[in-house]
Design a protein. Structure first.
Lengths: 77, 609
């Protein structure tokens, strides 16, 4: 299945294609954790992840066509 | 005293006198400093019914025990006064270098009172202070005033000044320090303007004496070490792209306020967010005193009608002057930000007033003849011109200068002002971020995100994550964050470092690191529980002042748009803010009555009876 990935700040380089935005191909039923591994994001690198605008965890199961947003934790405002 | 200087400067503008006073040791321990000193002195000395722009009102400008020390982000001060925008208190805070300079000059706080018959400025050269004529500075921008003050006093003096907006009592005028840092919110600059105080220049060459230098150094090394360790693999997003990178958090959650909070996602967000700012305009990041993060932005618009240099925009400005006005022209909103800095305006309330005017115009409630121009969503040129007119109170700018609530009321639609207690919201739509709704409604200054900012854990993963859409679990968390933010604002620290590195990394953010640094500096021997108690004391004292000023539980509310109009689209589609469900439990957690009044038991426990 394919999911679209959009990543920001220091995570941009890990998105498919390396420019912040791309499509990743994963086995059916893959989790967010598997996507992060597929993208090569090291465990020490912190990530806030949303799937279709909703907060996701490592165990969140992805579905075809999902939109995944990745950004680093940040102090806001 | 250690950590504290033990000295306060009373500035009596009516009599033209400056008088040093001793800081009482009990006051220091019970209130820590900054925001704590602000409400302590306001309650003692300023009648809650006074005219905010009259001589009875006072302005407390207070540092904390960690201001001017090597503590990470020990850069800040707090300006407390009765607000001419809201009638509530305001405790607006700022970093830069002025606060540390004031502390190194030997001062914990300034209490500015009365009103001068002629414009004056205050020159503080270490322990000597004097009032000087400022007629020649009246009408000058903040940048011009900074240049002139340093030329007249000391080339390395640091300044905090008002611009034309403060002189003209624009109700959301800021006090600008170090040219581009703002104690921005709720009109502190208008209060100085009404007092005829154009600014303060300070030179301080001393060092803050520490009670236990070895313990302080050890705590400092420990927490700076945590920062270094974490940022080895995680370069700080705020250093890379400034706070405007936060757009990715709000836009992706569907809470990025758009067109006066009608929508929560802005189609033009990519044109105005932090990475685009970096690519197009960033000259260099800029840090405040003793800060390892450097979120500040020195920027340049290289070409076009808005060509120029300055600082910003921050996230709140990108929201207020950008998405909330439908403006995706980064050059125009950056130029409007420069104007706010130079004229001395709060960018958030400036944007709130313009967005409100644009909606009034669209609905046909505000005629073009009165506005002086069409006020169409997304018109960057109108944004820039309206900002300029507001700072000088020219034409329709005179109406915008009264703030969004008075503007909306004038045209018969007060519900279109996106405010709590009269203060414009920060850049988070509380329909998709329930905790923020409770924080806005119960903040003592009104619609601020900086009185216990739930965006950190609801949107941005700091220090941990919670569901932005849940409301049942929010009341105790919001109360705790409000108290700990009081502590941060009292200590002289910045929330950006503190909430990530100086608290325990869970939702209840115990201020362990802050306590260690405070103890090393002051020798007060606080426990984290005592420090939290000081935070709770400050928050409750602010509440008591609000109640005395005529506010009540009915003012702990949000506009009908937030409570009744479901979010039309995006991830928060269909949601409203469940404030009514949160308020009762919140009052109970706080030890307040169902009417939102602190109980005698609570006040006794906090030493406030």
């Amino acid at each position: 299945m394919e999911v679209s990935v959009q990543a920001f700040a220091n995570l941009k380089a890990y998105a498919p294609g390396g420019a912040g935005e791309g499509v990743s191909t994963l086995p059916e039923g893959a989790t967010l954790q598997e996507l992060l591994e597929r993208l090569g994001i090291p465990p020490a690198v912190e990530v806030v992840a949303l799937v279709n605008g909703k907060r996701a965890t490592a165990a969140t199961v992805l579905a075809p066509g999902d939109r995944v947003t990745l950004f680093p934790p940040m102090e806001g405002g | 005293m250690y950590g504290w200087c033990g000295r306060i400067l009373r500035v009596d503008l009516t009599r033209g006198r400056v008088t040093p006073e001793a800081l009482d040791a009990g006051t220091a321990r019970d209130w820590i400093g900054g925001r704590g000193f602000g409400i302590h002195f306001l309650r003692k000395e300023v009648p809650p019914g006074c005219d905010p722009l009259g001589p009875e009102n006072k302005v407390v400008l207070a540092t904390g025990p960690l201001t001017g020390t090597a503590a990470p982000t020990g850069a800040r001060y707090v300006v407390t006064t009765r607000s001419p925008l809201t009638g509530a208190i305001t405790c607006s805070n700022s970093g830069g270098y002025f606060p540390a300079e004031l502390k190194k000059g030997g001062w914990d706080a300034l209490i500015v009172e009365g009103s001068s018959p002629e414009p004056v400025y205050l020159w503080i050269d270490g322990e000597r202070a004097e009032l000087r004529p400022a007629g020649h500075l009246w009408g000058k921008t903040t940048h011009e005033t900074d240049d002139l003050l340093r030329a007249e006093t000391h080339a390395e003096a640091r300044t905090a000044v008002i611009g034309p907006a403060g002189e003209r009592r624009v109700r959301f005028a800021a006090i600008m320090n170090d040219r581009d840092r703002a104690a921005g919110r709720a009109g502190v600059g208008a209060v100085l303007g009404a007092k005829n105080l154009k600014g303060i220049a300070v030179r301080g060459e001393g060092e803050v004496a520490l009670a236990d230098p070895a313990a302080f150094k050890a705590a400092n090394a420990k927490y700076r070490g945590r920062f270094k360790e974490k940022t080895r693999d995680n370069p700080p997003p705020l250093r890379l792209h400034g706070t405007a990178i936060t757009v990715v958090g709000t836009q992706s959650h569907g809470v990025f306020p758009t067109r006066n909070f009608r929508e929560g996602q802005f189609e033009g967000w990519e044109a105005i967010y932090g990475e685009t700012l970096t690519r197009r305009f960033l000259v260099r990041p800029k840090a405040c005193f003793s800060c390892p993060i450097a979120c500040g932005r020195v920027t340049r618009i290289p070409e076009g009608p808005y060509r120029g240099e300055g600082e910003g925009p921050e996230y709140e400005t990108v929201y207020a002057l950008g998405s909330n006005c439908g403006v995706d022209d980064l050059a125009a909103l950056t130029k409007a930000n420069y104007l706010c800095n130079e004229l001395g305006l709060d960018t958030i309330s400036m944007g709130g007033a313009i967005a409100c005017a644009m909606e009034l115009f669209e609905r046909g409630l505000l005629p073009e003849a009165e506005a002086g121009m069409p006020l169409r969503w997304g018109d960057g040129a109108a944004l820039v011109e309206l900002t300029r007119r507001t700072g000088w109170r020219e034409g329709f700018g005179d109406r915008l200068a009264e703030g969004s609530l008075r503007l909306a009321a004038r045209y018969g639609a007060p519900e279109l002002a996106m405010v709590a207690k009269g203060l414009d919201f920060a850049g988070y739509d509380p329909r998709g971020e329930q905790g923020m709704g409770l924080a806005y409604a119960t903040s003592p200054i009104g619609g601020s995100h900086m009185r216990g900012d739930p965006a950190y854990f609801e949107l941005l993963g700091v220090p941990v994550s919670a569901d932005p859409h849940s409301w049942e679990d929010k009341p105790p968390v919001i109360a705790k964050w409000q108290d700990v933010f009081c502590v941060i604002d009292a200590a002289g620290l910045c929330v950006f470092f503190s909430v990530r590195y100086l608290v325990e990394p869970d939702l209840m953010i115990r201020p362990v690191g802050i306590t260690e640094l405070l103890n090393g500096a002051t020798g007060a021997g606080y426990t984290p529980e005592e420090v939290e108690r000081v935070g709770e004391r400050i928050f409750n004292a602010e509440r008591l002042y609000l109640l005395a000023a005529g506010f009540s539980a009915k003012d702990d509310t949000l506009p009908p748009r937030m409570l009744k109009e479901p979010m039309p689209s995006g991830p928060a589609k269909g949601m409203v803010c469940r404030l009514a469900e949160m308020l009762g439990p919140y009052y109970r957690v706080r030890g307040w009555s169902p009417e939102g009044v602190p109980t005698r038991e609570k006040l006794a426990a906090l030493g406030l009876l």
